[in-house]
Design a protein around this ligand. Structure first.
Ligand SMILES: [Zn+2]
Length: 348
């Protein structure tokens, strides 16, 4: 996390906001620093009565969720590796030094996302005539190619950061938010080191190392936060994007409401999803489709006040792509192909 970028946009304490108090966060302590990036430290809430009080920065990623300690207890078993050098942050998360054992040999999730976001730079091609990841990114970037962004851009569900970096090339500041620590920490590391480094699974437990330098913009902040409870003030952003997130949150309508609240008048909303709803993520009653209405129609009608006028979503649809291929590579013989519905809309 670059300290100089933190002051460019007010960060809100999610714990205080839930209680109706508008409290700001500021960096009160830098425990480990590396070339202008805060690797470990603390953000402090301006409300002296705040029950959370401090939010930690770990592996260069501010963790701004309502209950950071509960988050840690929940996330810890799934983390393959966490380095922490300062006693202060170890104390914050008691037991941090007893992190889960290195299970990288069996985990290929990070590699799958790294491959999708950066794999075109020197990876092997698909065995079949599958669309490339680069086609997907080019189509996505073409959506905003003509748009000038005069304010900050936000990507909710940024994973390992590719699109956030793309947004940073045309916005004064780009913020990437994800609730998966492993992925967002990898994005922050790419920004700091300007190097893409990951293990690509070939077969079974055999991985190969992918490693190359990659020049990317520096006007980027990554953080761990809940897309349904983002730590920002309303109407701060010229663009808010959520790619493959709508079908991965517990309340898709709340996500749309939050994106709308964060957007300035005239701001641009970018949504993309294969609508791969899963009951373990989201109750079927919340899915944005049913027997008579598919999700792309539902979304279009929601954004133009035709379906639930009480939501007050007043948007002009600028562009829609109904079947953008999106390929996720698991290993040499396992590729998943999705058909993504992509949409850009302007807030009226
Ligand atoms: Zn607070």
């Amino acid at each position: 996390m670059r300290l100089d970028l933190l002051n460019r946009l007010p960060l809100i304490c999610p714990h205080c906001r839930q209680r109706g108090i508008d409290a700001r966060l500021r960096c009160s302590e830098v425990c480990v620093e590396e070339n202008g990036f805060v690797i470990e430290g603390l953000l402090e809430c301006s409300n002296t009565d705040c029950a959370v009080g401090h939010y930690p920065i770990l592996a260069g990623v501010p963790i701004i969720v309502r209950d950071p300690v509960a988050w840690w207890q929940n996330a810890r078993p799934s983390l393959t590796q966490v380095n922490c050098n300062s006693l202060k942050i170890k104390d914050f998360f008691s037991l941090l030094d007893a992190a889960a054992p290195d299970r990288q040999h069996h985990s290929s999730r990070l590699g799958t996302w790294m491959e999708l976001h950066y794999g075109h730079n020197g990876s092997t091609s698909a065995p079949l005539a599958l669309p490339t990841a680069e086609d997907y990114w080019q189509t996505l970037n073409a959506l905003t190619a003509e748009q000038h962004l005069h304010g900050p851009a936000l990507e909710l569900g940024c994973a390992v950061g590719r699109y956030t970096f793309d947004l940073a090339r045309r916005a004064p500041l780009a913020i990437g938010v994800d609730c998966n620590f492993e992925l967002v920490a990898a994005a922050a590391q790419i920004q700091r080191q300007q190097v893409v480094h990951y293990r690509r699974r070939r077969r079974g437990t055999h991985f190969e190392i992918v490693d190359f330098s990659h020049t990317i913009p520096q006007n980027v902040l990554f953080m761990l936060a809940d897309a349904l409870d983002p730590p920002f003030q309303a109407e701060q952003f010229a663009l808010v994007a959520a790619l493959n997130l709508l079908d991965n949150v517990s309340a898709p309508l709340i996500l749309l409401g939050q994106m709308d609240a964060l957007l300035r008048q005239d701001g641009l909303m970018i949504l993309g999803s294969p609508y791969e709803w899963r009951a373990e993520n989201c109750e079927p009653a919340q899915w944005l489709e049913n027997a008579t209405l598919d999700a792309s129609t539902t979304l279009r009608q929601l954004l133009t006040e035709q379906l639930i006028p009480e939501l007050s979503l007043d948007y002009r649809i600028l562009q829609e792509i109904h079947d953008l291929p999106w390929v996720l590579r698991q290993h040499d013989r396992y590729w998943s192909l999705y058909s993504v519905h992509l949409l850009s809309a302007r807030k009226d």
